[in-house]
Design a protein around this ligand. Structure first.
Ligand code: SF4
Ligand code: FES
Length: 246
C-alpha cells in the first residue's frame, strides 16, 4: 500500500466563488483512518480554512455526511484505504445548497421534518396518570424507523428530491411512519392529511436508493410504500363509509 493518497476536495466560498471548484491534497494513507480523519489532517496540517461538519465521530450525530466518490457516506465511518490508490473525490451532499466547502444548508430538510410532526401526538395533552406500557411486538413495529439519525444521506441519493425540492422525502416520511406505528401516538390522521397531498408520498417512484445508502439500516422506501397503502385504505373508507368519518 502506498504511503499517501490524493483527495480532490470541493471548495466553495460564497463571497469568492460563483461555482464549486476542487482542490487537491496529498494525505497519509493509514489503514485505520476514516475519510473524516483525512479531512481533519488537511485542516490541522495543510489548510485550516477547509470547512466541514462533524461532531461525534461514531456514526451517531449524523453531521458528517458527504459525497465520497459520488456516493453519500458518513465520513466518520468510511475507511479511506478502500479507495486506494485514489484519488478520492469529496463533495458536499448532493441536492442541497452549499454554505461553504463541504457544508450544506439543511434548512429545507428541517422544514420537512417539522411538517410531519415527528413526536408523539396525543389528543389530550394532559399528562397521563401512569406510564404508557408497550409490548415488545408493539416496539418492534416501529423500532427500525427510530434509528434514523437525520444525516440526510437518503436525500442526497433520492432522484425525486433532486428534481423537486418540495418532495417531503425519505427520512421525513420514515419518521412519520415511526410515530404512526407507535402504539402511544394518535397523530396519524393529521400526518396522513399532510403526506397524502402533492409532494408527499405519491411523488416517490420507488427507486429505493434511500434505503441502500442509509447507514443505520432504516428502510425509508418501505415506510413510504406502507404509507401509500394506509392512505389508500383511508381514502376507500371515506367513500365506502362516509358517515364513519364525520
Ligand atoms: S433514513 Fe437513514 S439515510 Fe435517511 S436521514 Fe435517516 S439515518 Fe440518514
Ligand atoms: S461525526 Fe457524527 S455521524 Fe459522523
Amino acid at each position: 500500500m502506498a504511503d499517501t493518497i490524493i483527495l480532490e476536495v470541493a471548495r466553495f466560498s460564497p463571497e469568492r466563488d460563483s461555482q464549486i471548484g476542487y482542490q487537491t491534497f496529498e494525505v497519509p494513507l493509514r489503514s485505520d483512518w476514516m475519510v473524516l480523519d483525512a479531512l481533519n489532517y488537511i485542516k490541522d496540517n495543510i489548510d485550516g480554512s477547509l470547512t466541514f461538519r462533524w461532531s461525534c465521530r461514531m456514526g451517531i450525530c449524523g453531521s458528517c455526511g458527504m459525497m465520497v466518490n459520488g456516493v453519500p457516506k458518513l465520513t466518520c465511518e468510511t475507511l479511506i484505504a478502500q479507495f486506494a490508490p485514489g484519488p478520492v473525490r469529496i463533495e458536499p451532499l448532493e441536492h442541497f445548497p452549499v454554505v461553504k466547502d463541504l457544508v450544506i444548508d439543511m434548512d429545507v430538510f428541517l422544514e420537512k421534518l417539522q411538517k410531519v410532526r415527528p413526536w408523539i401526538v396525543r389528543k389530550d395533552d394532559r399528562l397521563p396518570a401512569r406510564e404508557f406500557l408497550q409490548t415488545p411486538a408493539q416496539l418492534e413495529a416501529f423500532h427500525q424507523y427510530s434509528l434514523c439519525i437525520n444525516c440526510m444521506l437518503c436525500y442526497a441519493a433520492c432522484p425525486v428530491f433532486g428534481l423537486d425540492q418540495d418532495f417531503v422525502g425519505p427520512a421525513a416520511l420514515a419518521l412519520a411512519e415511526r410515530y404512526n406505528l407507535d402504539s402511544r401516538d394518535q397523530g396519524a390522521p393529521e400526518r396522513t392529511d399532510v403526506l397524502s397531498q402533492h409532494d408527499g408520498i405519491w411523488d416517490c417512484t420507488v427507486v429505493g436508493e434511500c434505503s441502500t445508502v442509509c447507514p443505520k439500516g432504516v428502510d425509508p422506501s418501505l415506510a413510504i410504500q406502507q404509507y401509500k397503502l394506509t392512505a389508500t385504505k383511508e381514502w376507500f373508507k371515506t367513500w365506502l363509509l362516509p358517515w364513519g368519518n364525520k
